[in-house]
Design a protein around this ligand. Structure first.
Ligand code: CUA
Length: 336
């Protein structure tokens, strides 16, 4: 029996591939909740950016269509017309080649300047320092005395100043729903700001290639009404509880025996600084900088073999007896 393979050069094969590529491009920005979309703004800054984007898109689309129509008319002129001078004359060349492009470029320049002015850093009451690491984010609230990682809590409706820098290579902070990108440099503090005009969770992403796990350098912004934000701050300032059971006490010992404390801090207890601060790890939404939901199973898996989950990150495997791993996770779960 003979089977025939589809002809790779057939028009159907070509169209289906082009169609699949187009569908990928069109769906690439889709997410049901739009938690990471600059076209679904949740602040005045991102509304401004979205407006500029649509303006540029529309202008460029009109120019593209005009150029394509003119190209079509030029290419498909009747043979007897080809030797003649352009029927449209010199004035057409001057208007369409000089005047119209000048007006379009000026309009784009003015629109960009308008957006630039609207994106200037406003007066802010809340300041957050964000430090980029390969591949996670340290988040500090200097006035409130809070250190956390991979999540930014902000009050709704209030602009927040961000002081950005990097501990190693260049990263870039981008929370598309809330504002544009700002680079994080190792040798200079860059200022940026965000605000959210409604409560919600917005996803951010490192926007500067920074190594093998660049794509998994994510963070979440949780925008809360002012009272809830204040409650969050108060809860973060509470000292971590003392172990209240044998298992939890054992877990705290394992934290030292397994050398976790060399890299991780727990406020008032351990002082490691190379990895994320774990003071209130139990209340975080994710682990591994947005990779996994924070739950017991994922925590245990991460501690046992972080390299299997996020290859290349600085945390080594930790070989623990099952009961010690259980106790360690139990201890971490008390850090609320
Ligand atoms: Cu950090 Cu890309």
């Amino acid at each position: 029996m003979q089977t025939t393979l589809p002809d790779r050069a057939s028009p159907f094969a070509l169209y289906s591939r082009v169609g699949a590529a187009l569908a990928m491009v069109l769906c690439g920005g889709c997410h049901a909740d739009h938690v990471q979309s600059m076209l679904h703004p949740a602040s005045s800054a991102s509304s401004e950016i979205a407006w500029l984007w649509w303006f540029l898109f529309t202008v460029c689309l009109i120019v593209l269509i005009a150029v394509m129509v003119l190209t079509y008319l030029a290419v498909f002129r009747r043979p007897e017309e080809r030797e003649e001078k352009s029927p449209l004359g010199t004035r057409f060349i001057v208007v369409s080649g000089v005047l119209i492009p000048a007006v379009i470029l000026l309009a784009i320049l003015l629109a960009s300047v308008k957006s630039q002015v609207a994106l200037a850093i406003p007066e802010t009451d809340v300041t957050i320092e964000v430090v980029g690491y390969q591949w996670w984010w340290e988040v500090r609230y200097p006035e409130e005395g809070i250190v956390t990682a991979n999540e930014l809590y902000i009050p709704v409706g209030e602009p927040v100043l961000l002081k950005l820098r990097s501990a190693d290579v260049i990263h870039s902070l981008w929370i598309p729903n809330l504002n544009g990108k700002t680079d994080m440099l190792p040798d200079k503090v860059n200022l940026a700001w965000i605000a959210a005009d409604r409560p919600g969770v917005f996803r951010g992403q490192c926007a500067e290639y920074c190594g093998v796990q660049h794509a998994w350098m994510a963070l979440e912004v949780v925008a809360l009404p002012r009272e809830e934000f204040d409650e969050w701050v108060d809860a973060r300032r509470q000292p971590v509880p003392e172990p209240d059971s044998e298992t939890v006490q054992r877990g705290k010992e394992v934290f030292v025996e397994a050398a976790c404390h060399n890299c991780h801090a727990v406020d008032g207890v351990f002082e490691g600084r190379r990895g994320p601060d774990l003071t209130h790890i139990a209340t975080r939404r994710t682990i591994g900088a947005g990779m996994l939901p924070n739950n017991r199973g994922n925590l245990a898996g991460w501690i046992s073999n972080p390299q299997a989950i996020k290859p290349g990150n600085l945390m080594p495997r930790t070989f623990l007896e099952p009961e010690d791993l259980h106790a360690l996770v139990e201890y971490l779960e008390t850090l609320e």
